[in-house]
Design a protein around this ligand. Structure first.
Ligand code: PAF
Length: 285
């Protein structure tokens, strides 16, 4: 595995690769890798000649400076995992290389309201930061395929919207959420949970699956939301949102008959850690 830290070196590697007619798969990450990331990496390795994985904790997508400071950074371990998986290039730039004119130079992208709800409402500016860094990375890597996880459903939807809207020549590939045996979605933030909290957090997926069942039984959206809030609150979770949304527009579904593709999305706090998860409750991506 080649480890590249400078943007210029990456540009040189990519142009040699393209000149040789090779395809590139790209997996952007912020490190602290787990099996969810490795699933994306493995799929990319199967589907492309070369796989590039970036590890970059992007400061512009953190609305809370404490969250940025405490974000797990495990580059040596990440590098070991990626090399073992068969990744061809690990790209791990410095902040100054990704934002040469400073963090204030981010572009404001019009995301047609998709960035204002759910995560966007609770983490102002988050998706502008995500879109800025993903666009910069796509410009550098020029991949044929971009791999993202369903766990960050809103992020995936926004990146898909950006790719379509700006005609970016890349195929977006979504990979299913990888879960712990108790259903907890794998996330770098899980490292901050105590063992007791990890067990407790299995409730999130149980509630999502129950809501999916209720959806099939035509229980009203407001009843399902009430059920979820009650189930979480009873176990001491603090719910930021629990929303059933249309999978494309991300607008709240008021009535089951309103959509062919609905997704239940939630963000909640447990033991001082913020977790998100989602489940497609009808239709498919
Ligand atoms: O999902 C993430 O880890 C990040 O938001 C991403 C896509 C790597 C951009 O920093």
């Amino acid at each position: 595995m080649k480890r590249i830290e400078r943007c210029n070196d990456l540009i040189t590697w990519v142009s040699e690769c393209k000149a040789a007619g090779k395809t590139i798969g790209f997996v952007p990450t912020m490190g602290a890798l787990h099996d969810g990331h490795l699933t994306l990496v493995n799929q990319s390795i199967r589907e492309n000649d070369f796989t590039v994985c970036s590890v970059f904790v992007n400061p512009t997508q953190f609305n809370d400076p404490k969250d940025l400071d405490t974000y797990p950074r495990t580059l040596a371990k990440d590098s070991f995992l990626l090399e073992n998986a068969g990744v061809h290039v690990l790209f791990c730039p410095e902040v100054a290389d990704m934002y040469p004119s400073g963090l204030q130079t981010t572009v404001i992208y019009e995301l047609d309201g998709l960035d204002m709800i759910m995560e966007g409402e609770h983490r102002p500016g988050h998706f502008q930061g995500v879109v800025n860094i993903v666009k910069r990375l796509l410009d550098l890597v020029s991949p044929n395929r971009l791999y993202m996880g369903q766990k960050d459903f809103q992020q995936f939807t926004i990146i898909g919207h950006m790719i379509k809207k700006w005609n970016i020549p890349v195929d977006l590939v979504i990979c299913p959420t990888i879960r712990e045996p108790n259903g907890l979605a794998m996330s770098s933030r899980n490292q901050r949970l105590s063992e007791e909290m990890k067990i407790k957090a299995g409730l999130i997926y149980r509630v999502l699956k129950e809501v999916k069942k209720q959806f099939a039984q035509h229980i009203s959206v407001s009843e399902m939301e009430k059920f979820a809030h009650k189930a979480f609150s009873a176990e001491g979770f603090i719910v930021e949102y629990f929303s059933i949304v249309d999978g494309i527009t991300l607008t709240q579904v008021e009535k089951i008959s309103q959509t062919q593709y609905a997704v239940a999305c939630t963000a909640l706090w447990i033991g001082g850690v913020r977790l998100i998860d989602n489940e497609i409750i009808c239709g498919k991506i």
